[in-house]
Design a binder for this molecule. Structure first.
Ligand code: ZN
Length: 302
């Protein structure tokens, strides 16, 4: 028991002795270890910061390159658009000088599928993508200009009455397009062909000889200032007035939404066709929206 206690005390003493003798060394070792840890930590942090900076720089550089490439692509597209426009202008000018060359776009021998309602001088004519005007380069001989519209004399009195009635009802109208000649349609159509190709052109423009505007029985309306035309016109009170009253004066909206497969055209709230009051009012009474359905004749695409 005594011996054990002696040994214990002796070991503790030698430990303290050792500590006293080597204190400086121990402090130095601890300091070195601490310094090493701090240095390693500092290096790691520095490397991380540098890596993050490099990554940010690379991302910025990539973004800059992307923007440059995008700019070049846009420039090329703009150059291409301008080149096509210049080509289209040239084609249109050539066609206006020499309209006969455009007839190639239409198969004149088979362009009136049913062979019915072919008299382009009458409001009973049917013109759609399956019924061309015959002859293709037909021009009405009785065109007159009233209230800003150039139309067939057969439609002129009713048109003037409609225009005056709209004005009196506080729904004044204006006309953005009416008679268009065959050569104008050639130039318009060829312009679209040069921009979008033949299939694209057919979406935007009637082929020469297939436009109701060539008969002198079609009018495109806008509000009185012309500030709201085409797609905008369907939202106006003038449009609502026409829906109620146009038939009285022999006019119908020719292309309705939901009838694209029947007429072959997208809805056009602005495009009105003169068919005479008898037909227009009968269509209204029966709730028939297209001439194709009213007359039982084919329409749709070419
Ligand atoms: Zn039109």
């Amino acid at each position: 028991m005594l011996y054990t206690s002696y040994m214990h005390t002796s070991r503790r003493r030698s430990f303290w002795r050792f500590l006293r003798r080597h204190l400086l060394l121990i402090v130095i070792i601890i300091s070195l270890v601490a310094a090493s840890l701090i240095t390693i930590n500092w290096f790691t942090n520095s490397i991380n910061t540098l890596t993050a900076e490099r990554q940010a720089e690379s991302a910025a550089e990539l973004a800059r390159l992307d923007a440059e490439i995008q700019e070049i692509v846009e420039q090329r597209a703009e150059e291409e658009r301008l080149r096509k426009l210049a080509e289209a202008k040239k084609t249109a000018e050539e066609v206006i000088r020499n309209p006969s060359q455009a007839a190639q776009t239409v198969d004149a021998s088979s362009c009136n599928v049913s062979g019915e309602r072919t008299d382009a001088t009458q409001p009973s004519v049917l013109v759609n993508k399956k019924h061309c005007i015959q002859p293709l380069s037909y021009a009405p001989s009785d065109l007159v200009t009233v209230n800003g519209a150039t139309i067939s004399a057969k439609a002129a009195d009713d048109f003037q009455a409609l225009f005056a009635a709209a004005q009196a009802a506080g729904q004044p109208l204006s006309v953005t397009s009416s008679y268009r000649s065959y050569s104008t349609q050639v130039a318009t159509y060829n312009y679209w062909v040069s921009i979008s190709g033949a299939s694209g052109a057919d979406e935007y423009s009637a082929r020469p000889g297939y436009s109701e505007h060539q008969t002198g029985f079609a009018v495109d309306f806008a509000n009185s200032t012309g500030s709201c035309s085409l797609d905008c016109f369907g939202t106006t009170s003038q449009y609502s007035w026409l829906q109620e009253n146009a038939a009285t004066y022999g006019f119908i909206q020719r292309y309705y939404a939901g009838k694209e497969n029947v007429t072959g055209y997208m809805a056009e709230e602005w495009h009105y066709r003169y068919v005479g009051p008898t037909v227009a009012l009968d269509m209204k009474d029966k709730g028939i929206l297209t001439l194709e359905e009213y007359w039982g004749l084919p329409g749709g695409d070419y």
